[in-house]
Design a protein. Structure first.
Length: 185
């Protein structure tokens, strides 16, 4: 019964779809932090956010669905950061942060439903950060918030994704930044 409660219900077509989509989201999101190229990271995360959005839709986790849509829009804009003066301004993460808070309030369904809104705020600033190291660390701050929301939404693959994601971010920080600093000395 525990696995059914966490989104692994293979007895219905919807349950199978939720599980497959969740698995694809897990693979793409966790692999995103193992690439050094910022644009590829954004592409992989956008694919993952799309999968998670569909999963949230199919399971009725509407706060997650709407915030994933915000994250997709945010990622598309940040993909082009550097090519446009406005996209390089602090106003972009502020706009997405305010949008996330408003969505969290409008879709309020208990305190766990506010956590992905706060995570979206933090992770909007993560994509704005100039240094990849700071970006990854800010994503690490947002992950536990999504983790708790996904636990309360009874979704196994998003829970697993956030757990692996936190480890993946820590590994990438060690690989790309801490190890590189030691080798430079």
């Amino acid at each position: 019964m525990f696995l059914v409660d966490l989104g692994l219900d293979f007895s219905t077509p919807t349950g199978i779809a939720v599980s497959i989509i969740g698995f694809v989201a897990l693979i793409t999101f966790c692999s995103s932090f193992q690439v050094k190229n910022r644009r590829l990271l954004i592409i992989l995360q956008t694919i993952s956010f799309t999968c998670f959005g569909v999963q949230y839709l199919l399971t009725g986790a509407y706060t997650g669905l709407i915030l994933e849509a915000v994250c997709i829009g945010r990622n598309i804009l940040f993909y082009f950061k550097g090519n446009n003066k406005f996209l390089n301004s602090i106003f972009v993460p502020i706009i997405f942060g305010v949008s996330a808070i408003v969505i969290g309030i409008c879709t309020f369904d208990g305190w766990p439903s506010l956590l992905p809104a706060f995570a979206t705020v933090v992770q909007s600033f993560a994509l704005y950060a100039k240094k990849e190291e700071h970006s990854r660390l800010l994503f690490l701050v947002g992950s536990p918030m999504w983790l708790v929301y996904n636990i309360f939404s009874n979704l196994l693959f998003p829970v697993i994704t956030e757990c692996i994601n936190m480890v993946s971010i820590i590994i990438s920080v060690i690989r790309f930044y801490i190890k590189a600093k030691k080798e430079a000395k």
